[in-house]
Design a protein around this ligand. Structure first.
Ligand code: FES
Length: 163
């Protein structure tokens, strides 16, 4: 079964016909050629596919595109404004917060979503337990895995943007 949907990705509206079983990730990568969201596990475990959907971070590999008809999707590409990287992207570079880079687009998008959640005061387990900022960031970024183990630089990269 197919459905016609509209996805607005990084500010550009795309009208497309998709199989109703198509995920947002496959719609982005295979139908629209937007490859910054990565397919790591395809099972909601690694976070490499993270995008913002109407401002909230989601694992796009778990989401059916038909459920996001009309949504605004933001990828790592869409964080760049007027050729300038987002402060989180700049901080990742300055802190050398990656090695192979495969997980980085998802890490960066997730960090932007996490920072918005923190500004809005969404509670996390780390907050409840009185943990410091680094612990807060680790908790909020726990859905994004880095097989290279760049966490030691990812956490301070995000912490710098919080301040
Ligand atoms: Fe979606 Fe791993 S590819 S969580």
């Amino acid at each position: 079964m197919e459905a016609e949907i509209t996805l607005t990705v990084d500010g550009t509206a795309h009208r497309l016909t998709v199989d109703t079983r198509t995920t947002v990730l496959d719609a982005l990568r295979e139908r629209l050629g937007i490859t910054s969201p990565k397919k790591g596990c395809d099972h909601g475990q690694c976070g490499a596919c993270t995008v913002l959907a109407d401002g909230r971070r989601v694992n796009s590999c778990l989401m059916l595109a038909v459920a996001f008809d009309g949504a605004r999707i933001t990828t790592a590409d869409g964080l760049v404004e007027d050729g300038e990287p987002h402060p989180v992207q700049r901080s990742f570079v300055e802190h050398d917060a990656f090695q192979c880079g495969y997980c980085t687009p998802g890490q960066v998008v997730s960090a932007v979503g996490a920072l918005d959640e923190m500004r809005e005061g969404w509670p996390s387990a780390a907050t409840d337990e009185g943990g410091g900022m680094d612990e807060e960031i680790r908790e909020r970024m726990s859905g994004n895995l880095c097989r290279c183990g760049a966490y030691a630089n990812i956490v301070p990269a995000i912490a710098e943007v919080v301040q």
